[in-house]
Design a protein around this ligand. Structure first.
Ligand code: BES
Ligand code: ZN
Ligand code: ZN
Length: 502
């Protein structure tokens, strides 16, 4: 099966009278505020005629729809040029996230529907587009005809809007571009480790970057060893599939005095734990351990696609963490790119080893900001659960990143780096140990480790997405099972904010 192709979108100020007879009309509904009349109310439907709205509401009331968040009700309504009407509950909220989730829930439910017309766009074009693309996402690359989806999915979406001006057009384009970046990250995460290993990951990233017209540099295992990337080499040496470092450079500043943002993402294409091997139960989920790398690659491509007026340099270490006769051992000492020596006490704390080298390299470009992201610690899941990224870093920038993460619906939360935890990373033989000798504050201890390598004066944020990058539960809103694409929208939101406000 081929990759997911998102539907195409067009703007219209009324329901087209031709070519939509097989279409579904998607409307948002909310619970009635009046006690006396319990039926759901259609929201933002100025572009439908009043009689049609009345008929839709009557049909929904007749089948007992309530308008509560995410509730789906499909009804047939006379007098509209579409085959049926799908109502999706918005609950009491009218935020962009409510629209995104509603559009996502609806898109997920549409089997055998090729054409959609929607009024959700009257409230928010960008959110509607993102919800539809992300909710309709499927990953069928490894399904043969035996289990492949039977239909081609949604092909065409008409967005109803009050006017078809520049702002609406740009919102549509932005929404589609952002959603496409999220699906790029999801595709990478969902590609199994049999097919995505460091050299292949680097090759695919390079192909995408070249197509987008951005500069690519790939270091192989020999170049990494020669240059002194001890962390990446140490983690990668247990695998027959050697490590890589990919650097993507997008220059949007064009000679003007604009900010430079460094991105770093953890690219462990599979994490067995190495010699400190993980238990078998759930180990297959460690195919997601390159979620940070996938996100920063997708964001670098998106920055270029959207022509942001800043420089963005992604530094992406890739390795497979395997146990073998050539693997690093607990107790080994390695030397990072800046000369810092580390006692590897636990080979399963490998993410910080490859990230430290990458952070040192990224800081050599003298960026104003550095954002790193990683499926770094099980402790993130313990502290914040499956859907809330932990955001650490320099105070001001950390708070800015978490506020933006909240606003885009990825919901990152600011976390501290308590000073007392730093001392627990002391080693008896080297400058640092890669773990503490206790489990308390594990996400924060990992943050401390990374902080050691961030150059002074760089505003830094570290986003731990161990849980949020990969959904091992059922689908919800616009989030499918498997790769979620988190935190692509957070990081891109931050880049847009830096482009606008410095
Ligand atoms: N890749 C894991 C973290 C992880 C756990 C990601 C669960 C997604 C879901 C990471 O490399 C790891 O194994 N971390 C160890 C660190 C420990 C040894 C200090 C952990 O969290 O147990
Ligand atoms: Zn690990
Ligand atoms: Zn890992």
């Amino acid at each position: 099966m081929s990759a997911y192709t998102a539907p195409s979108f067009t703007l219209a100020t009324s329901i087209p009278q031709r070519g939509v007879s097989a279409a579904v009309l998607l409307v948002g509904v909310r619970p009635s505020e009046k006690e006396s009349d319990k039926g759901p109310k259609v929201v933002d439907a100025q572009l439908l005629d009043k009689a049609a709205v009345k008929s839709i509401e009557a049909a929904l009331k007749a089948v007992g729809a309530s308008g509560s968040a995410d509730q789906l009700t499909r009804v047939v309504v006379d007098g509209l040029p579409v085959a049926s009407v799908l109502a999706v509950g918005l609950g009491k909220s009218d935020s962009a996230e409510a629209i995104r989730r509603a559009a996502g829930v609806a898109a997920r439910s549409l089997d055998n529907v090729e054409i959609l017309v929607t009024t959700l766009s009257e409230r928010d074009v960008d959110a509607t587009v993102q919800g539809v693309v992300l909710g309709g996402y499927r990953f069928a690359e490894f399904r043969s005809a035996k289990t492949a989806p039977k239909d081609a999915g949604l092909q065409k979406v008409t967005l109803l809007v009050g006017d078809k001006g520049r702002a609406q057009k740009d919102a549509m384009e932005r929404g589609a571009a952002v959603a496409t970046a999220v699906t790029t990250a999801r595709d990478f995460v969902n590609t199994p480790p049999s097919h995505l290993f460091p050299a292949e990951f680097a090759k695919r990233a390079k192909a995408l970057a070249t197509a987008e017209g951005i500069e690519v540099e790939v270091l192989d295992e020999k170049e990494l060893a020669k240059a002194g990337y001890g962390g990446i080499v140490g983690v990668g040496k247990g695998s027959s599939r050697p490590p890589r470092l990919v650097r993507l450079t997008y220059r949007g500043a064009k000679g003007k005095k604009a900010k430079t943002v460094a991105l770093v993402g953890k690219g462990i294409t599979f994490d067995t734990g190495g010699i400190s091997i993980k238990p078998a139960g759930g180990m297959e989920n460690m195919t997601s351990d390159m979620g940070g790398a996938a996100a920063v690659i997708a964001v670098a491509l998106l920055a270029a696609r959207r022509q942001l007026p800043i420089d963005v340099i992604a530094t992406v270490p890739m390795a497979e963490n395997m146990p073998s006769a050539t693997a690093q051992r607990p107790g080994d000492v390695l030397t990072h790119l800046d000369g810092t020596t580390v006692e590897v006490i636990n080979t399963d704390a490998e993410g910080r080893l490859i990230l430290a080298d990458a952070i040192v390299r990224a800081c050599q470009d003298e960026p104003d900001y550095l954002i790193d992201t990683a499926t770094l610690t099980g402790a993130q899941l313990v502290a914040l659960g499956t859907r809330t990224p932990g955001v650490m870093g320099t105070d001001e920038f950390r708070d800015r990143v978490s506020a933006i993460s909240q606003s885009v619906g990825e919901n990152g939360w600011a976390m501290p780096l308590p000073e007392e935890l730093r001392d627990d990373l002391k080693s008896k033989v080297a400058d640092l140990a890669n773990v503490t000798n206790h489990r308390n504050g594990g996400m924060l201890a990992a943050g401390h480790y990374l902080r050691e390598f961030v150059a002074d004066g760089v505003q830094w944020a570290h986003i731990d997405v161990a849980g949020p990058a990969y959904n091992t539960g059922g689908p919800w809103g616009y989030t499918p099972k498997g790769g979620t694409g988190v935190p692509v929208r957070t990081i891109f939101g931050v880049l847009e904010d830096i482009a606008e406000n410095g």
